[in-house]
Design a protein around this ligand. Structure first.
Ligand SMILES: Cc1cc2nc3c(=O)[nH]c(=O)nc-3n(C[C@H](O)[C@H](O)[C@H](O)COP(=O)(O)O)c2cc1C
Length: 374
């Protein structure tokens, strides 16, 4: 029997060739939001390496939504063609191309991780004033401006406009980034949302902005293309979001046309997180149980056998691989070998040729067949 990891997954009319997906990872390497050769090589390498879905990094829907001044964006039509070039390369290697639409809110305008500087980037150095549901800063960062209700509605429009551009760039899958303490998560969590209007207070009110974004993006995004939402299932601190809160939000998103929840955790406040292999899998499983939506699990999915065990026993539908895929772009090809899958899988086609009509592509590029293990 084909290992779970290598079974295709169809959401709406779109099929991923397997359930090993590249996690979104900022490259902090854009200028004015434009992606370039770095992003093409980085993402296409992971498509050549066998991932079924190659998710792009957090891509800002407005310039002020960037985590750092070096983040990618889709806030103007000029961003479309450079992304389209990346998308063609990813699809040419048989993977689905995913875009992660994002706004960093109070965690915007920071230095990239390898900069020696910490804290917020000064406006004089290319930074900007940040926004949030309430004027409550993230630890060590500047105090954000509270968004008005009409600012929030403009932000909903910005997510939808970016989704239209993502479609024009040819992306197969869109994901709304509502995790890791960024703007949508800041609204969801009572730790960062102290509003007294329709966007604050009750859990239902705090989720209103996310529901509006999902509704608007679903409307702007073609029917046959899946819409994913990344959620932080728990804030990992007393008084913060719990997995039960998140599962209830996900159940509402199911009714609005979300197709899969990409379950992560944390990031909104400093917390002790019990990190270890597969540590977020039980959270993802619980979200799936309550919402009825398919889920992906992320977080220290390290190798093929472990990923297979997560899919077999963990009650999740796909895994996302982050840092392990930075170490090894061919993580999936190696996993196929580790799981005893004969190579090649599927009919090999030269890179640059599209996979099956249903979106699933062959695993091994013909050019690399001499490199198969065993
Ligand atoms: C360099 C780097 C950049 C990241 N950027 C993003 C991002 O843009 N969006 C996001 O949702 N998560 C981002 N993450 C988190 C990953 O998607 C993933 O959830 C996390 O690394 C845990 O998975 P792992 O243990 O497989 O690395 C990033 C992680 C790393 C290491």
């Amino acid at each position: 029997m084909t290992p779970h990891l290598f079974q295709p997954l169809t959401l709406r009319g779109t099929t991923a060739r397997n359930r090993a997906w590249l996690a979104p990872m900022c490259q902090y390497s854009s200028t004015d939001g434009f992606v370039d050769d770095w992003h093409l090589v980085h993402l296409a390498s992971r498509a050549v390496g066998g991932f079924g879905l190659v998710m792009s990094e957090a891509t800002a829907v407005v310039p002020e939504g960037r985590i750092t001044p070096h983040d990618a964006g889709l806030w103007t039509d000029e961003h479309v063609e450079p992304w389209a070039r990346v998308v063609r390369a990813v699809q040419g290697a048989g993977a689905l191309a995913g875009v992660q639409l994002a706004h960093a809110g109070r965690k915007a305008s920071t230095h990239r991780p390898w900069s020696p500087a910490r804290g917020s980037v000064d406006p004089a150095d290319g930074g900007w004033a940040t926004v949030a549901p309430s004027s409550v800063p993230f630890d060590g960062l500047a105090v954000p401006h509270e968004l008005s209700a009409s600012d929030v509605s403009a932000m909903v429009d910005a997510f939808a406009a970016a989704a239209v551009r993502a479609d024009r760039a040819g992306f197969d899958v869109a994901e709304i980034h509502a995790a890791h303490g960024y703007l949508l998560h800041q609204f969801l969590s009572p730790l960062s949302n102290h509003r007294t209007d329709a966007y604050g207070g009750t859990a239902g009110n705090r989720a209103r902005f996310l529901r509006e974004v999902v509704t608007a993006v679903r409307d702007a995004w073609p029917d046959h293309k899946p819409l994913l939402v990344r959620l932080s299932a728990t804030d990992w601190v007393e008084g913060g979001l719990t997995v039960e809160d998140t599962a209830a939000v996900a159940a509402d998103l199911a009714l609005l046309g979300a197709d899969l929840v990409d379950v992560s955790s944390g990031g909104n406040v400093l917390a002790d997180i019990p990190v270890g292999p597969g540590y977020q899998v039980p959270l993802a499983h619980r979200v799936r149980e309550v919402s009825g939506l398919p889920v992906s699990a992320v977080g220290m999915v390290l190798d093929g056998p472990q990923a297979e065990q997560v899919l077999r026993d963990g009650g999740v539908d796909a895994v996302m691989v982050g840092r392990a895929a930075l170490r090894d772009p061919y993580w999936v090809l190696r996993a196929a070998h580790e799981l005893g899958l004969p190579a090649p899988v599927g009919v090999p086609a030269p890179v640059g040729v599209h996979g099956d009509a249903d979106g699933g592509g062959p695993l091994w590029p013909a050019q690399y067949l001499r490199g198969t293990w065993g």
